[in-house]
Design a protein around this ligand. Structure first.
Ligand code: SF4
Length: 307
């Protein structure tokens, strides 16, 4: 059994279903990437998993266990948050208090989430966390304020605080978007190393297919709130079967493509009946007015043949 076993997540507002039927499994030492365009439901799914949905948005599921604990409702997630399951904020800069030194930021989690009451123990732990995320001079870094850090340093400081209570499941949302190419490569290597060394189960939310390919073992492709395709990254990216996955891959800028996919993801109130990708799909047929079910990793009435 994985550290997270989720069956049939549904996220909704008062008048619309945002995400439906999302099932996933997160295992120790493995990284699952969730990819898709903006509006596909990636971020809201991760927020639902750690019980951090904004007001007016609710989640339910057929079954959910985290680190062996069955979770019936969103309220059951609160005692696990930051401990068994932790989420790294999308915008590290916004997550930092400008008046709080890096050391105090980590201390807050060590004291109030991990329950470490001894200042001496916290100091040792703080420095080892800072070293773990790549700071070679932790004693100097813990005295710095956010404005004294570069973008990459801020991200690592927030990561150290997120890891302070030793979560076994880590959710990260677009962690490389604001970084330049060199920092991006370093950040991906660090996440990979942390998953291996700590035995973390890592959920990696991104629209960046190159990042997903570089870091993940498995991938889920979301489109307008539903799973289009899922499986091992090498298989899905090597021989995509869903026309949407194929379109995303064909438009990869990192591969020098100039073939942007036609059309855009439908707004919440404008999702078509049946397959939601239908208005953008060259393979659409009348059968596609029926919603396709996910079968052998792909939800499509006319999937591409594996090459
Ligand atoms: S179900 Fe039909 S419309 Fe949807 S992706 Fe497959 S072929 Fe295209």
């Amino acid at each position: 059994m994985g550290l997270v076993e989720l069956e049939a997540l549904e996220v909704r507002t008062s008048d619309a279903v945002v995400v439906e039927g999302l099932s996933l499994s997160l295992e120790a030492h493995r990284i699952l990437a969730v990819v898709g365009e903006s509006g596909s439901g990636k971020t809201v799914s991760a927020l639902a998993l750690c019980g951090l949905l904004p007001g007016g948005v609710t989640a339910r599921w057929r079954a959910l266990t985290i680190a062996g604990t069955p979770i019936a409702t969103t309220a059951d997630l609160a005692p696990l948050r930051g401990r068994a399951i932790a989420a790294m904020p999308q915008d590290a800069s916004a997550a930092l208090d400008p008046l709080m030194r890096v050391g105090s930021l980590i201390d807050e989690v060590l004291e109030h989430v991990a329950g470490l009451t001894s200042e001496g123990e916290r100091a040792t732990r703080r420095r080892s966390l800072l070293i773990e995320v790549g700071f070679s001079e932790p004693s100097a870094v813990e005295r710095l304020f956010p404005h004294q850090l570069s973008g990459g340093m801020r991200q690592r400081a927030v990561l150290a605080a997120t890891l302070a209570a030793n979560p076994s499941v880590l959710l990260v949302d677009e962690p490389t978007t604001a970084l330049d190419a060199a920092l991006r490569t370093n950040a991906l290597a660090l996440f990979r190393e942390l998953a291996q060394r700590r035995g973390l189960a890592l959920l990696f939310i991104t629209h960046d297919l190159a990042a997903a390919e570089a870091i993940a073992d498995d991938v889920i492709v979301l489109y307008a709130g539903r799973v289009a395709e899922a499986g091992a990254v090498a298989k899905v990216f090597g021989a995509p079967r869903h026309p949407y996955t194929a379109g995303l891959l064909a438009a990869r800028l990192d591969r020098g493509s100039s073939k942007a996919m036609a059309g855009s993801i439908p707004a919440l109130g404008e999702r078509p009946v049946g397959c939601r990708f239908r208005p953008r799909c060259a393979r659409a047929s009348p059968a596609c007015t029926e919603q396709p079910t996910l079968s052998s990793g792909v939800a499509c009435h006319h999937p591409l043949e594996p090459s």
